[in-house]
Design a protein around this ligand. Sequence first.
Ligand code: ATP
Length: 304
Amino acid sequence: MIRVRNLVKSYGGTRVVDGVGFEVAEGEVFGLLGPNGAGKTTTMEMMEGLRKPDRGEVCLFGVDGIRKPAKLKEIIGIQLQSTALFDHLSTEESILLYGSFYKKMRPPAELLRSFDLEEKRRTLVKHLSGGQRQRLAIALAVVHDPRVIFLDEPTTGLDPKARRALWEIILHLKEEGRTLFLSTHYMEEAEQLCDRVAIMDSGRVIALDTPARLIRQLASDSVIEFAAERGVSDAHFRELEGVKEVKRTDGGWMLLLTDNLRGTLSGLIPLADREGLVLNGLRTRSATLEDVFLERTGKRLTEQ
Ligand SMILES: Nc1ncnc2c1ncn2[C@@H]1O[C@H](COP(=O)(O)OP(=O)(O)OP(=O)(O)O)[C@@H](O)[C@H]1O
């Protein structure tokens, strides 16, 4: 089990991690979800023994991560936001090199197979695609068969196909019984992969539960979005049947959070006619983790 208690880290008088704590069970996929700068990487690096917290406790499977960071090395695998790969080594040579850093090593052929890199065995790292590089970075993180794997925004910058391929790999690592700890700012990724998520904002955990329970706790189950137009006051929208909240995002969207999609829509159309609203980009969707973040912080996790 992983136990983190009251982690605190400041830079130049600013607390970037401000009393973070949670527990992660063995075999769980646990996600840290939050916008850029929320403190996800700093939290993870303190858990990995790479940064020293000002205060707090980290215990991973009985190892005190703060006092005994060297002991952590054999039980954790880390894929950093930009794992340093050697461009002039082949995929297989990279695996052999990283394996030589540890007491125990998984057979390279098995790793190449599970990460779908068999055909790229002799290919130099510099010739790999973004998705292949990322798969190699994770293969290198598990070369010594660790119990816990840390993945820092593993799919950032990948196209949807490569992202899905990586999700398969992450779920396979879970099936092998490993504990996975990942950070992401993609709510869909957190919903798909994580058993539980801690949502972070400004150095604090503002919500922690399974994605389904977090979404269920919302007052509204559906969202109506359209391009916001000036001139119509929010009060008009608040009066529509079912509307629980009205938000305008920095990106120029109007969001109506409702527990009665049909009722709100049937009031919205006549309102638009009356007020001369165009309702550009009108769409409806079920509530997501994005809305959990929005409800708790008043901000959007990712601007569209
Ligand atoms: N070594 C450092 N010195 C000073 N400030 C730092 C340092 N490392 C991180 N920070 C600041 O701490 C805050 C949290 O950064 P962190 O990288 O943990 O956030 P994050 O949630 O992982 O964001 P991202 O998704 O961008 O990686 C940011 O404001 C960042 O600028």
